[in-house]
Design a protein. Structure first.
Length: 275
């Protein structure tokens, strides 16, 4: 289901039910009875509306913080791949080429498969074999000199940060708001809309418009909380933070070409036959 359909469904259904409830109350109760509830109903609505605003505000802030953290983790994952790629340049062949090939394979699978799956909230990821291969390729290398030892130590630290960022991506896409918080969120919205029915206006059309406006605003916040439960949805742009724009598998291919121009492979010498 697309995000637009989800948005229209949540907002449209909430607004329709709110307006329907208002029309039903106006038919069942007399204007005098509704006017008598204005004083007490206004106080109760202020109390419930304030408490609900605090609850929904805290949930929205927490959801946005989750998206921000996912964005930072995506940046960290891509930065660690770039750092490992450049550190491998200090190693001798064939370790240098093996590590770079493993990084390129991992980045390709992450961009082409994993991100499309986490955007849909799916659990299985395709980068597990490439991730394991990258670890095996790095850990089997034995430094040969002091420079290699320093680069290798930094590389292992980068691998640990890469693992943490990847684990966060795998876990965050599967988590969500607890059911008890969803129950409180929905019940609070229903009660807030319900208390607006105890006010009477001469113009039913004007009251319908105002009630619909309240319902739309509240349901927009609910929709925002809903999409932020999976911070890797396309609408939130987390992928572009780390693996978007210029940092794609083509980034590694470009650096491969640059390195080959800087360090071309030696050509075999051709011996000329004596004349």
């Amino acid at each position: 289901m697309s995000s637009l359909v989800e948005c229209l469904l949540i907002i449209g259904l909430s607004t329709a039910l709110s307006v329907g409830g208002l029309v039903l109350v106006r038919k069942r109760f007399s204007p005098d009875l509704l006017k008598a509830c204005h004083e007490v109903g206004g106080v109760m609505l202020a109390v419930i509306g304030t408490l609900y605003a605090i609850i929904i505000g805290m949930i929205v802030v927490n959801s946005q913080a989750k998206v921000d953290q996912a964005s930072q983790m995506a940046i960290s994952e891509s930065n660690m791949l770039s750092s490992i790629f450049h550190l491998a340049t200090t190693f001798e062949q064939p370790a240098r080429e093996e590590i770079k090939e493993a990084i390129h394979e991992y980045a390709s699978v992450v961009v082409e498969q994993d991100w499309s799956r986490v955007e849909q909230g799916k659990e299985k990821e395709g980068s597990i074999p490439a991730y394991q291969k990258l670890w095996k390729t790095v850990t089997k290398y034995t430094p040969t000199n002091n420079r290699d030892s320093q680069s290798y130590s930094i590389m292992l630290g980068n691998m640990e940060e890469l693992t943490a960022a990847r684990r966060f991506r795998m876990v965050s896409a599967k988590g969500g708001l607890p059911l008890v918080l969803w129950a409180v969120l929905i019940a609070g919205g229903v009660l807030t809309i319900w208390f607006t029915y105890f006010f009477y206006m001469e113009s039913l059309t004007a009251q319908i418009i105002m009630t619909a406006g309240v319902a739309v605003f509240m349901s927009m916040n609910v929709y925002l909380i809903y999409i932020c439960q999976n911070p890797y949805r396309v609408e939130l742009g987390v992928k572009r933070s780390g693996f978007g724009y210029d940092f794609t598998p083509r980034w590694f291919e470009k650096h491969y070409r640059m390195e080959s121009k800087i360090n071309p492979e030696p050509r075999p010498e051709i011996e000329l036959e004596p004349q």
